[in-house]
Design a protein around this ligand. Structure first.
Ligand SMILES: *[C@@H]1O[C@H](CO)[C@@H](O)[C@H](O)[C@H]1NC(C)=O
Ligand SMILES: *[C@@H]1O[C@H](CO)[C@@H](O)[C@H](O)[C@H]1NC(C)=O
Ligand SMILES: *[C@@H]1O[C@H](CO)[C@@H](O)[C@H](O)[C@H]1NC(C)=O
Ligand SMILES: *[C@@H]1O[C@H](CO)[C@@H](O)[C@H](O)[C@H]1NC(C)=O
Ligand SMILES: *[C@@H]1O[C@H](CO)[C@@H](O)[C@H](O)[C@H]1NC(C)=O
Ligand SMILES: *[C@@H]1O[C@H](CO)[C@@H](O)[C@H](O)[C@H]1NC(C)=O
Ligand SMILES: *[C@@H]1O[C@H](CO)[C@@H](O)[C@H](O)[C@H]1NC(C)=O
Length: 411
């Protein structure tokens, strides 16, 4: 690139007040969903000699200035909006209700109205079991599996109707012959997550009460599930979102003819989700490990730690009490059989960092600070996997349970 072309580009960058927008949906126990807008402006750092001797432009790096704000808040049929998930096959948003008495609700929304500038529109709402904890799509987004924590159940829906109508398919309820070793949390089966395997042949229902990962094979035509042998995890480990109060790595072998999955724990495959050397804080038996996800490039495992209060600050910085929970990042060493290397524990921005979601590029995380009633945005370096700093935050009323990027609005 020659000097004059660079200069022209520089001028374009400086002149262009380039505001880009993204939306984030937040479910809170206030009963509402809030729609957040994250915009950023590029601005130029000033001064300094901008050109290296060979004429290449050297000293200018456009900075981003973020602005996170609540643009819509609306009441939902859910008593306790808990989990939000977006179906990329039909662009519909689903809300799971965490209500703990009576029956729960499952609500479907079109993500936005007015060509993307208005709030989501409710399409259908069905009654279901109480205490919905999470939901996962299967069969290429044609069906949804919802897990119910204290109800110890999995319910499934046909969601193929273009108008958002949900058709109930199956209910599986679980019992246990005796209590698990981890106290009240293991007095009964508690299914906390439904997700598919990487090849999308199975639905996995992760049960922290029974220390099991229940495995179902999918009939792609009828959308019905059929049970296969479960993974029995270490008693007392309480697998949650694919992990327990630590992280356990398994090798998974696919049995022929959709006969099930065979799990083998990797050698030395159990890790603390906290920074190495940091002892597990006393949480009175409450869980620490919360949301566990892979980075979009598949190179990193990122886990939020509720209640570890790893960082100290002011109450304004880390609401409500001046301490922040951590988000741990591990690099996955594929060539070393999936070994995990601890990379970093970063401050989430306050207390009870339950839900977090990465944008589709993977360079930003939105974190729900449940007790601090705040959503924070953390910037992330794609190469090193390191979280850099908190670049934005906004207050959202109520305890925050679900945080979700609208991937359509991500670049
Ligand atoms: C942030 O965005 C909101 C909503 O779009 C807008 O009203 C507000 O003026 C913006 N704030 C700044 C500092 O740009
Ligand atoms: C929930 O949303 C409604 C508007 O739909 C609003 O009137 C109410 O104040 C909101 N409640 C909370 C706790 O934010
Ligand atoms: C949506 O966009 C289309 C095409 O630009 C336009 O014709 C229509 O009026 C817009 N609708 C609304 C509700 O803004
Ligand atoms: C509502 O709750 C009752 C009691 O738990 C349960 O039997 C019933 O199946 C629930 N309704 C639905 C649609 O799941
Ligand atoms: C939605 O679509 C389904 C099947 O496509 C149809 O059976 C149902 O009547 C429709 N519901 C409404 C409210 O239009
Ligand atoms: C597992 O850890 C032990 C003790 O640190 C070590 O001696 C052993 O080599 C490890 N095994 C593997 C397969 O990494
Ligand atoms: C945070 O503050 C508490 C109380 O002052 C102290 O015990 C703890 O060591 C501090 N933690 C860190 C990570 O600095």
């Amino acid at each position: 690139m020659n000097l004059s072309l660079t200069a022209i580009l520089l001028q374009i960058l400086l002149l262009c007040n380039n505001v880009q927008g993204k939306y984030i949906y937040v479910a809170s126990y206030s009963g509402n969903i809030s729609v957040l807008s994250l915009t950023y402006d590029y601005f130029a750092s000033t001064g300094s000699s901008a050109y290296a001797e060979d004429g290449y432009f050297a000293g200018f790096a456009p900075q981003k200035k973020y602005n996170l704000s609540v643009v819509d808040t609306f009441k939902t049929p859910a008593t306790y909006p808990a989990w939000l998930t977006l179906n990329k096959h039909n662009n519909l948003l689903y809300l799971v209700d965490g209500v703990t008495t009576g029956n729960g609700t499952l609500t479907a929304y079109r993500t936005s109205s007015k060509n993307g500038t208005g709030p989501p529109i409710q399409l259908d709402c069905v009654e279901c079991l109480l205490d919905g904890a999470s939901a996962g799509f299967y069969a290429n987004g044609k069906a949804l599996a919802v897990v119910h924590y204290t109800r110890s159940a999995l319910q499934t829906y046909d969601i193929t109707a273009a108008n958002g109508t949900m058709k109930p398919l199956q209910t599986f309820t679980y019992t246990m012959s005796k209590e698990g070793p981890a106290g009240a949390r293991q007095a009964a089966p508690h299914v906390h997550e439904a997700r598919t395997d990487p090849l999308e042949q199975y639905v996995l229902a992760i049960d922290l009460g029974a220390d099991k990962v229940r495995v179902y094979t999918i009939d792609d035509h009828t959308l019905l599930l059929e049970e296969r042998a479960a993974l029995n995890a270490t008693p007392g480990s309480g697998p949650r979102h694919g992990v327990g109060c630590g992280i356990t790595a398994y090798r998974v072998k696919y049995l022929p003819n959709r006969g099930g999955l065979q799990f083998t724990e990797l050698p030395n495959g159990t890790y603390s989700s906290l920074e190495p050397g940091v002892s597990k804080p006393d949480t009175g038996g409450k869980g620490i490990t919360a949301e566990l996800r892979l980075s979009p490039d598949g190179d990193f495992l990122i886990v939020s730690n509720r209640r570890d209060a790893r960082f100290n600050g002011t109450t304004a910085q880390y609401p409500p009490s001046g301490t922040s929970d951590s988000i741990s990042t591990f690099r996955i060493r594929q060539h070393l059989g999936g070994k995990l290397d601890f990379v970093q524990a970063a401050p989430a921005g306050g207390s009870l960092a339950r839900a977090y979601d990465l944008n589709s590029a993977g360079n930003l995380a939105a974190v729900g600070i449940q007790m601090g009633s705040r959503v924070t945005i953390l910037e992330r370096d794609l190469g090193s996997g390191l979280f850099k700093e908190q670049v934005a935050e906004v207050e959202v009323e109520g305890e925050i349970w679900g945080v979700l990027w609208d991937y359509k609005a991500n670049d």
